[in-house]
Design a protein around this ligand. Structure first.
Ligand SMILES: [Zn+2]
Length: 688
């Protein structure tokens, strides 16, 4: 099965585990040396536990704050990025920039979030007219209009893996599956507030408890927004969302792109999904001129459209009102915002406390004005020399993969040819996009957060609408430069590496090449390898959905990689609890491939010269230590157990051990058959 969220770098997972670290406690890099010597534990033999050899002191000396599930270099970098964003906002606030300028928008949006008195006095009055409008719905046509007007561009099925929207459906505009040179509208299921259908349908005691608390929460939201009969409405809304959840596809099915390519003509919707006044719906959504849509989950769209006819209009009005109240809670009143956090933050995610208000304001500004903030961020924190240096690393990595693909013998010639073509046309964007989107149409008020959020949703939606039918821009970005992450855009055959991840300890323009190739080089290699592995096989070199692997290629790949799954199966973080080799296989393969290619690229970059020594470590040793230090983390047992159960990424402590598959590691550290991590040459896994 192709799980597309696997395409995104492990960071997403680490980000999800917990947010921040005290920078003093991280394996702080010493300037110009690259690898962190103080983080290491020289008492551990590298051949026995390479992870602890590289990170032992960091692991033993890092104390987890009580509100964190895990800490690692990714979290620390996330904190640094928000500090950098905070400085951008601070300067914008002091600049007194002219109306309509990006600086002014940044300053005003921040101010509107921080001005709690203004929210308290303007918030509810701003919400009321929208609630009143819902109250005027009396006919199926008016209902279809309201549903169409509520649609936003708030989902992203392939790049970011965002499948959730509380609106009836979600719109995603992206290169078409069937004509990747043009943007097409994708229609996705929606309609529920809880994260996915399982929360409504699972029979477990814990989920039943969540649902009981959820019903209480819905009633509280209705009450705080001033609506009558909150308890009765809450019962109806929960029943309604449960009916919608029954129509929805599971997350695993939604992630299967082979089920998603369903082009429907606009004229077909009424026959294929009766119940909704589709022409009125499309008109209200601004989609009346669109001839074809790609329907991601057809049975869900059909099922949800049927509910439009079968459920009472009053039921729909409750649902629309409730979703509106939730969506704008943070901008309506403190009572609503706190109630929302108490349920979604504490009950659902176990976070006892909200991050400080100024931090949340930074998150909001960074997300809503992503382009304007990103433009300043790139100018200020990512110099052209750093960009040029990473781009030359990327070129060396691609050359290394090219040579490796040329030399493999197990792929059918046609498959190999397509893999090479795909690698040749892969667009790797470093730091920030080539051109910046205009935010001129987004108006920001310094004292009306509700309007700012409302306008932001419409601004993004109208931008998406304007791209439908336009030629694809393969240089496009789907992440902001200030985001600590990396992403694969399979329909564009491109990768984005934002500036924020290209900072120490992953990348330092002043550090030796050995460190940079071992740290960020292996991550870039990991992402590149996904484009032509069994996951990337779903998309050809032009971004078309087409399986270009032969069954024999796949069979061989599975045989070779099953040895790697078996290797991971042996890891046992708790007595009797093993890593699930099959579950983490896709990521483990990419780690092996990324490490091997980065090692080649590092050597190529030396052009025959010797790498400078650091603290008596030669270049190869620094390379592998830097790789091991990527995975430094301290994780609570419960979080680690959950990761082992649910995550496609292996725990960091085992990712670092994949050095044992690389011949160069044995030479670098003089590893002997008596060492615990030793593998005989025939048992080392080589894939590309
Ligand atoms: Zn990956």
């Amino acid at each position: 099965m192709t799980s597309l969220t696997r395409r995104i770098l492990p960071l997403l997972i680490l980000c999800a585990l917990g947010a921040s670290a005290s920078p003093a406690q991280t394996p702080a890099e010493t300037p110009d040396t690259g690898i962190s010597i103080p983080a290491m534990d020289p008492a551990v033999r590298p051949g026995d536990n390479f992870y602890l050899y590289a990170n032992g002191t960091y692991v033993s000396q890092t104390k987890l704050p009580s509100d964190r599930a895990a800490l690692g270099v990714f979290n620390t970098l996330g904190d640094l990025s928000y500090k950098q964003v905070a400085s951008i906002i601070e300067d914008a606030s002091k600049s007194n920039a002219p109306d309509g300028s990006d600086q002014r928008k940044i300053a005003d949006l921040y101010k509107s979030y921080m001005d709690e008195a203004a929210i308290e006095s303007h918030g509810l009055p701003a919400l009321k007219p929208h609630l009143a409008e819902i109250d005027t719905i009396h006919t199926p046509r008016e209902l279809a209009r309201a549903l169409g007007q509520s649609i936003r561009a708030d989902v992203d099925a392939l790049n970011l893996g965002q499948f959730h929207t509380a609106n009836l459906f979600g719109l995603w505009v992206a290169p078409s599956f069937n004509d990747p040179n043009h943007y097409a509208p994708y229609l996705l299921q929606g309609g529920i507030e809880l994260p996915n259908r399982d929360y409504y349908l699972a029979d477990s005691g814990s989920m039943k408890e969540v649902r009981a608390k959820y019903r209480t929460h819905i009633a509280a939201m209705f009450r705080l927004a001033g609506l009558s009969d909150p308890e009765a409405r809450a019962i109806r809304v929960l029943a309604f969302e449960t009916a919608i959840a029954k129509q929805q596809l599971s997350l695993a099915d939604s992630e299967d792109i082979h089920k998603a390519n369903n082009p429907w003509h606009a004229a077909d919707f009424t026959a294929k999904a009766p119940g909704l006044d589709w022409p009125e719906f499309f008109r209200a959504a601004g989609l009346e001129k669109q001839d074809t849509f790609i329907v991601w989950q057809p049975t869900a769209i059909t099922g949800e459209a049927a509910l439009v006819a079968s459920q009472s209009i009053d039921g729909w009005k409750d649902l629309l009102a409730y979703h509106l109240i939730e969506a704008y809670a943070s901008s309506t009143s403190k009572a609503l915002a706190d109630e929302r956090f108490a349920f979604f933050g504490t009950t659902l995610s176990g976070t006892p406390q909200q991050r400080p208000r100024d931090f949340r304001a930074q998150v909001l500004v960074s997300a809503t004005l992503g382009g304007p903030v990103g433009k300043i961020y790139a100018q200020r924190f990512f110099p052209p020399e750093a960009k040029a240096q990473v781009e030359s690393m990327v070129a060396n990595l691609i050359a290394a993969f090219h040579a490796r693909l040329e030399n493999i013998t197990w792929m059918a010639p046609a498959t190999k040819k397509e893999a090479l073509t795909k690698l040749g046309t892969l667009k790797v964007s470093v730091g920030y996009p080539d051109h910046w989107r205009s935010y001129a149409a987004y108006h920001v008020s310094p004292d009306n957060l509700f309007a700012n959020l409302w306008n932001a949703g419409l601004f993004e939606y109208h931008y998406s609408l304007s791209r439908i039918g336009q030629p694809t821009d393969r240089n496009e970005w789907c992440m902001e430069p200030q985001t600590v992450n990396a992403v694969n855009l399979p329909l564009d055959n491109s990768l984005n590496f934002p500036a924020a991840i290209l900072q120490p300890p992953f990348f330092d323009p002043k550090a030796p090449a050995a460190h940079n190739y071992g740290a960020i080089g292996t991550i870039i290699g990991h992402e590149i390898s996904h484009t032509f592995d069994s996951e990337g096989a779903a998309f050809d070199s032009e971004g078309r959905v087409r399986n270009w692997w032969t069954p024999e290629d796949l069979k061989h790949f599975e045989t070779v990689t099953s040895a790697l799954a078996a290797q991971y199966d042996t890891y046992e973080p708790f007595p009797g609890v093993h890593v699930k080799g099959k579950q983490v296989l896709g990521e483990a393969i990419a780690d092996v491939a990324g490490l091997a290619a980065a090692f080649d690229a590092f050597h190529a970059s030396l052009k025959g010269t010797a790498a400078p020594r650091v603290a008596n470590f030669n270049g190869d040793q620094q390379f592998f230590i830097a790789f091991g230090q990527n995975w430094a983390s301290v994780t609570r047992d419960a979080a680690l157990r959950q990761q082992i159960l649910t995550d496609p990424h292996p725990p960091g402590q085992y990712r670092a051990l994949t050095v044992r598959n690389e011949d160069g590691w044995y030479t670098a550290f003089d590893i002997q058959p008596t060492d615990k991590l030793y593998l005989a040459p025939k048992d080392r896994v080589r894939i590309w």
